[in-house]
Design a protein around this ligand. Structure first.
Ligand SMILES: [Mg+2]
Length: 366
């Protein structure tokens, strides 16, 4: 079987505007569908773009650099094709590489008539979800939202707070007060604290019994991460956007600069490097907590990797309002026990809403 074509279909993504402390999401963008077709009629799909950064920003990289690698190839050569794509990263960023890799895995699953997580080596079929917050104005607002998700049966809640030391500590106190001592809470600082403040905030949330402390410092500053990790008992989670992708993770492990590694198919460049990253972490008895994927089909790809590794504890739902879901007939849902179950269908196992795509189609780029 050979790949005969790779196209990008773009359609309008209308999403309400929302934000974290620093980033605004939900401006009108075009979401892209990467379609890989074969000489035997099977197709693989993935989405390209997020509600912050539409597919159009990646069109040239996709069509000029990645399409020539994939067309004519055996679509199940996912490892070899990923190596070729990754070597082009002077000209191509990880997101289009990730979307092509995910579409190839979707296709491989359809060829094998297996869900991707089973091809990768299934570890489980369910995972607990955590609610990952958007920006909320007041500490009480965060407290109310945690309580809402706890009452809905979700297992954990992570705040993206304001990025201001005193306000963030107040937010964390309000969250703990709202749900009591036993509920799992995390803080994601989105790289906004100077070292001294990061130390004080880390000690405060240790006392509040928080579960992990995510991205307190900028990721260029591995030295301060090493110092911070030595001072604090709470597990530190870093490397969400660490330079170098999979290959940039080795020094973080060797320097003991983080307790938990981080990755997803969009930022790492696909399922192929993400499963390798999780396995590397596992060899060091470290967790690799998988980040959200920025769109619904990449979230599904993340879910497949999550089910195929023993060392990712949670599935991230970001934002927990659901504003980042778009373009599928049925999206990933969290059940009343706070769990997400993966479908036992070939490939990614989620159906694109082609009626919606047809209605709001912008163009098909070949
Ligand atoms: Mg984060």
């Amino acid at each position: 079987m050979r790949v005969t074509d790779l196209t990008l279909t773009t359609f309008k993504w209308r999403s309400p505007q929302w934000r974290t402390g620093t980033n605004v999401f939900g401006k009108p963008v075009n979401l892209g569908i990467v379609t890989i077709t074969t000489d035997e009629g099977l197709e693989g799909h993935s989405f390209l773009g997020s509600s912050r950064q539409g597919a159009d920003e990646f069109t040239k990289q996709l069509i000029d650099y990645l399409k020539p690698i994939v067309v004519g190839a055996d679509p199940t050569d996912t490892g070899a094709l990923w190596e070729k794509m990754w070597k082009l990263r002077r000209n191509v960023t990880p997101r289009p590489i990730g979307s092509v890799d995910v579409a190839l895995w979707d296709l491989a699953g359809k060829i094998a008539n297996m869900p991707i997580f089973r091809m990768l080596g299934a570890c489980r079929t369910q995972v607990p979800a955590y609610a990952s917050s958007a920006y909320i104005e007041t500490p009480e607002g965060y407290g109310e939202e945690v309580l809402k998700f706890k009452d809905m049966g979700w297992k954990a809640y992570k705040a993206h707070p304001h990025g201001v030391e005193k306000e963030d500590i107040e937010i964390c106190k309000a969250m703990r007060k709202a749900v009591g001592d036993d509920y799992i809470l995390m803080l994601d600082a989105s790289w906004r604290y100077p070292y001294e403040a990061a130390t004080r905030i880390g000690r405060a949330i240790e006392e509040l019994g928080f579960y992990w402390y995510e991205d307190p410092l900028i990721e260029e500053d591995m030295t301060s991460y090493e110092k911070l990790r030595e001072k604090l008992d709470i597990p530190i989670m870093a490397t969400e956007y660490a330079p170098g992708g999979l290959y940039g993770m080795a020094p973080w492990v060797m320097h003991r600069a983080t307790d938990i590694l981080r990755g997803d198919v969009a930022i790492c460049g696909g399922i192929t490097p993400l499963i390798r990253l999780c396995h590397m972490a596992d060899a060091f008895r470290m967790k690799c907590e998988i980040h959200h994927g920025g769109n619904s089909l990449l979230n599904a790809a993340n879910l497949h990797v999550t089910m195929a590794v023993p060392n990712c504890e949670f599935y991230e739902v970001f934002p927990c309002s659901g504003a980042n879901k778009y373009g599928l007939v049925e999206d990933i849902e969290v059940d009343s026990n706070g769990m997400v179950t993966i479908p036992e269908k070939p490939g990614l196992g989620y159906e694109i809403d082609w009626d919606l795509v047809e209605k709001d189609k912008v163009e098909v780029i070949k």
